[in-house]
Design a protein around this ligand. Sequence first.
Ligand code: EPZ
Length: 416
Amino acid sequence: MDKLIIEGGNPLHGEIRVSGAKNAALPILLACILPEGPVNLSRVPRLRDIHTTLKLLDILGCETSFEGNEVKSTVCNIQTEAPYDLVKTMRASVLCLGPLLALKGEAKVALPGGCAIGARPVDLHLTAFEKMGATFELDSGYIYGHCKKLKGANIHFDFPTVGGTENVLMAASIAEGETIIENAAREPEVVDLAEFLIACGARITGHGTSIIRVEGVSSLKGCDYTVMPDRIEAGTYMVAAALTDGELEILDCPFQELDAVVYKLREMGVWINEDNDRVIVRRQGELTGVDITTQPFPGFPTDMQAQLMTLMCLANGAGTIEEKIFENRFMHVQELVRMGANIKLKGRTAMIRGVDKLTGAPVMASDLRASASLVVAALAAEGETEVQRIYHLDRGYEQLEKKFSAVGAKIRREKE
Ligand code: EPZ
């Protein structure tokens, strides 16, 4: 397992480019099961989860290639089983359920286990597909789904589930008749998937709002598509600029999709300005603590919670973070406390009191965004930090140490 060694205290200065969005690329890649004919995807980030998804596509009968940030995929002959040893490493594999049911009328998908941040069940996905005419059995850790022909239906999600909305969107694209998804997730990555499906010939309206309408078509065709830039990666760079008291020019920054994050950073005293094709970020004097509650989009994103907590560790005064999306997404707290942070947990709320400084220490990554928060903490801490188990980080950040080194960070990767 690799680790990162980081010498803190160096303000970051210069240009940093955002890669393609992991959480848009994953569903779009699995949607490549649907169209007849070749798909060419651009701005696909080179991440562990992307390689895992391409392996799954190969197992499901697609021919894929991945050169640079370009993916080519062509459906050859679809298999309908997603094996456990793949699904257990990446929950998003469950997004192949919708396309397989819609295309082949059957699917055998390993039930995704929970992960560090929560149980993350898929009950809302299954209930929606049952409304569309599928039946499921659970046996020895696998979901067996069957249907004659998926039919459009009125779906109402109890919770605006991102994965559930994406799974139903893909299936509904070639189901018989109209599907209406109410209380749909509005995340930009859901919109990107819908735009990809539309480029393949799907008839979708309302994506980005909480009511999405899909008119099923008989088949989809291959297309060329460019994945949106990663808003969480961009938000992580904004925090890094403020934390290290530097100034970063963020290129390919999806600024509109970061409203809630930009609002809170400005409230803390971070200076952020959009200037043509770049976003410039720097600290403006002392930072102050704020109160944050994570919400479905357009609320404050849970995937930025850990990074904002790190920034609040060095702000004046106190702030609170209430995590309302996942039940166990404070794994970074104890590691930050080891670096000198003053954070108290009460249920799903963290109370952060700013301290003068963080000090370097050996810390352990537990999940993707927790690892990002530890890396940015290390960039601002005094002395050396060793961040262990950074395979978590490699799931969602393309060449992070290279990008940070290029703007002045003292950071290197070592074999553990
Ligand atoms: C997606 O996960 C993202 N992953 C997550 O990003 C992100 O944190 C999350 O959306 C929320 O924005 C990908 O897109 C690959 P959900 P997903 O379905 O689809 C509960 C990262 O760091 N729920 O909106 O799993 C669930 O337990 C990752 O990049 C059910 O109860 O999110 C959770 O508490 C982490 N039943 C909440 O809803 C269901 O059937 C949000 O889940 C589905 C979800």
